[in-house]
Design a protein around this ligand. Structure first.
Ligand code: ADP
Ligand code: MG
Length: 375
């Protein structure tokens, strides 16, 4: 656990960056601090590892006030990841990662083993070990930054806008991989971001700060979306919070997927036309994984990739209502394709079925209205 107890930071010139901040970041969970630029997020983070001294108040790691700890020991117990990775430019990727392990007194040989293992865990091939930071893309540098922070096997991690400096596609990838990693690791993490979507996606709990360093609300993403404490939070979370909320509504067990006829690549037009019930027919590969939709009436020869409309997204059987809705809305047939954990076709769901499901979802009456309106 990391606990803030009435922590204030006043910089010279009377700037109050953080004002009486109190909250607990529970053990094993990811807490996100989010808020507009200048609201004291970075200052809050840097007070934890004492790169910034609080003016007043107490921060505890476990039960121990950080002010009682030796600074060097404190920093070794906490992994720290910053926006531009902050790698040592003249050291190789492997040495960058191994450095933090070495600080904990681990032998050079052992540190290399740890570093190679971490390289793999953050999704980089061993080929990167001998490269220098300038030879990596921004996203790859961030991965190395995460690996380096993990090399001292800290219980605690602080992450300051770790994914902000990369393009949106890479950012989504890094977020997804980090979520997977955190599922295995269960570290106690405080992450800072100005991006509310990132906060809601990654956080087990989210603390919204307002300028002046005051806590506006701390809650789970679901609570922030359905019960914002005031207008500031409501505005910050955004107008489409009803739709976003659907991202947290699971559909497992609530949904009867309609088993649809499908065709396979290479099927003849006659086979496809015999199988189809209406204008659109789903095409799968040999393993039964869906590819996209085709119009059997237009086929002149066996089905090839060129006959397939690829615009639809697929939803996981264990996925959220938002995924399903996206699958249905993006599909030319307006039927959302559902796949199992093995990637194989399970069934389809229609938009009307989804609206019924939304209506049955407790606490989701407002989102349901919003979505209806959008349709
Ligand atoms: P955020 O990370 O949320 O953008 P910061 O913690 O960096 O916010 O800054 C909070 C406030 O404190 C801002 O008004 C900023 O200008 C001010 N500030 C940050 N660092 C210093 C400093 N070293 N000296 C004086 N003022 C600072
Ligand atoms: Mg900042």
């Amino acid at each position: 656990m990391i606990a803030f107890e009435d922590v204030t930071k006043r910089y010279p010139g009377e700037v109050v960056a953080v004002d009486g901040l109190s909250f607990v970041a529970p053990t094993g969970l990811l807490t996100v601090l989010v808020g507009p630029s200048g609201c004291g997020k970075t200052t809050s983070l840097r007070m934890i590892n004492r790169l910034v001294q609080p003016t007043s108040g107490t921060i505890r790691l476990g039960n121990e006030p950080t002010s009682d700890m030796d600074e060097a020991i404190l920093r070794r117990r906490i992994g720290y990841v910053i926006q531009h990775a902050g790698l040592f430019p003249h050291r190789t990727v492997l040495d960058n990662i191994a450095t933090t392990a070495r600080l904990n007194g681990i032998s050079k040989a052992q540190a290399r083993i740890i570093a190679f293992d971490l390289l793999e865990r953050v999704g980089l091939s061993p080929d990167f070990a001998g490269r220098y930071p300038w030879q990596l893309s921004g996203g790859q540098q961030q991965r190395v930054g995460v690996a380096r922070a993990l090399a001292s096997s800290p219980k605690f991690m602080l992450m300051d806008e770790p994914f902000s400096a990369v393009d949106p596609i890479v950012r989504t990838q890094l977020q997804d991989e980090f979520l997977r990693l955190q599922k295995e690791m269960g570290k106690t993490i405080i992450m800072v971001t100005h991006d509310i979507d990132e906060a809601l996606k990654l956080g087990d709990q989210v603390a919204v700060l307002r300028v002046g360093g005051k806590l506006a609300q701390i809650a789970t993403p679901q609570e922030l979306l359905t019960r914002p404490a005031d207008e500031f939070v409501a505005n910050f979370v955004g107008r489409d919070r009803g739709y976003r909320y659907l991202g947290f509504v699971g559909t497992a067990g609530k949904l009867a997927a309609n088993k649809e006829p499908t065709a396979k690549l290479g099927d003849t037009p006659e086979t496809a036309r015999a199988a189809s019930r209406d204008r659109w027919l789903l095409v799968t590969n040999e393993r039964g994984e869906p590819i996209g939709w085709t119009e059997p009436s237009g086929l002149r020869a066996p089905i090839t990739m060129g006959d397939i409309n690829l615009s639809g997204t697929f939803a996981a059987l264990s996925g959220s209502l938002r995924q399903l809705l996206d699958a249905a809305l993006s599909s030319p047939s307006r039927r959302g394709v559902i796949v199992g954990d093995d990637g194989r076709f399970v069934g389809c769901v229609t938009l009307p079925d989804l609206l019924v499901l939304m209506d049955q979802t407790a606490d989701a009456s407002a989102p349901s209205r919003e979505v209806r309106h959008a349709l």
